[in-house]
Design a protein around this ligand. Structure first.
Ligand code: GUN
Length: 298
């Protein structure tokens, strides 16, 4: 059987590192702060935002949650982001994606101060990732996937990594991280997506597969070579009649048939999900570390 890469366990490790740094900040009279903004009432987004807020509070971070109605206007949202940019108690800002259709998300992202953009979505941070500038912010989910590979001792240097999905939140930054120089990088990267011809012929060449498709149990045994490492980014709600919630969470990988072929694989839940929140905490501390010296010199 394959090694199960436990995101829950590695996330605990990341959070323990965060706790030590938070204690050091507090000893200097500084409490790192994160503001999370949610527009609308999508149940999955609400659940993510609540768990982010809870994790912040558990760690002793200053956490501010703005839950706004679907009718919130672009101008109101811009005004809130500007207010958070100017707030010295806030070091990180996250606007939950996707917002309602009438919101121009790109404009909102460009309004966030890049120094507080803990999601790594601002064009300045996208450029810094491409440039391998360590002062930038990298999106939390791909950063979490890379940390899982590093902690599980998976050699990425020279490996063929195939990323399935080209989103700005996961696929694109994941590809950039895997091809960057250094630990968890130096891979040969192929990016595939919904228009890729004969996907299986490419994924079967992969030493490492990052599945970020957003379709439940899409990746089957036939797509995977023997001994591959599979990181499943998907968190899909599928109906499960008779269960308490009425749904269950499944990944983008058909776990039961893919796992026996793998050298290592992440489960869902308990894989990438807890890592995303842990890396958000880590990014918030990085923002605080970079902002505080700037303020004390002012
Ligand atoms: N929606 C799904 N994942 C994310 C994320 O990492 N950040 C934000 N802002 N929205 C998301």
């Amino acid at each position: 059987m394959p090694t199960l890469i436990s995101g829950t366990a590695v996330a605990e490790k990341v959070l323990a590192e965060c706790k030590a740094e938070i204690a050091a900040f507090k000893a200097r009279g500084i409490t790192p702060g994160l503001a999370v903004v949610l527009i609308g009432d999508d149940p999955a987004s609400r659940a993510y935002v609540r768990s982010k807020d809870k994790k912040c509070k558990d760690l002793g971070l200053h956490s501010v949650k703005h839950e706004l109605p679907t009718t919130t206007t672009q101008a109101e949202l811009i005004a809130l982001v500007k207010q958070l940019n100017a707030d010295p108690a806030i070091h990180g800002i996250l606007v939950q994606s996707p917002p309602p259709k009438h919101i121009d998300e790109a404009e909102i992202v460009r309004t966030i101060d890049p120094a507080k953009d803990v999601d790594g979505f601002h064009p300045v941070n996208v450029a810094k990732l491409a440039l391998e500038d360590p002062t930038g912010f990298v999106p939390c989910t791909p950063l979490g996937c890379q940390r899982l590979l590093i902690d599980a001792g998976i050699e990425t240097a020279g490996a063929h990594a195939v990323v399935i999905g080209r989103s700005m939140i996961v696929g694109k930054p994941m590809a950039l991280l895997l091809m960057a120089k250094g630990p968890g990088g130096d891979a040969t990267v192929t990016v595939t997506h919904s228009r890729t011809r004969d996907l299986g012929s490419i994924t079967r060449q992969a030493d490492i597969i990052i599945a970020a498709i957003g379709r439940p149990e899409f990746l089957k045994a036939e797509h995977v070579k023997e001994g591959a490492v599979v990181i499943d980014v998907g968190i899909n709600r599928v109906e499960a009649p008779g269960t308490e919630k009425g749904y269950k969470l499944v990944g983008d990988v058909a776990f039961d048939e893919v796992a026996p072929k793998c050298r290592a694989i992440t489960p869902v839940p308990g894989g990438v999900g807890p890592m995303t929140i842990a890396l958000l905490m880590q990014n918030t501390l990085k923002a605080c570390r970079q902002i505080v010296p700037r303020l004390s010199q002012a």
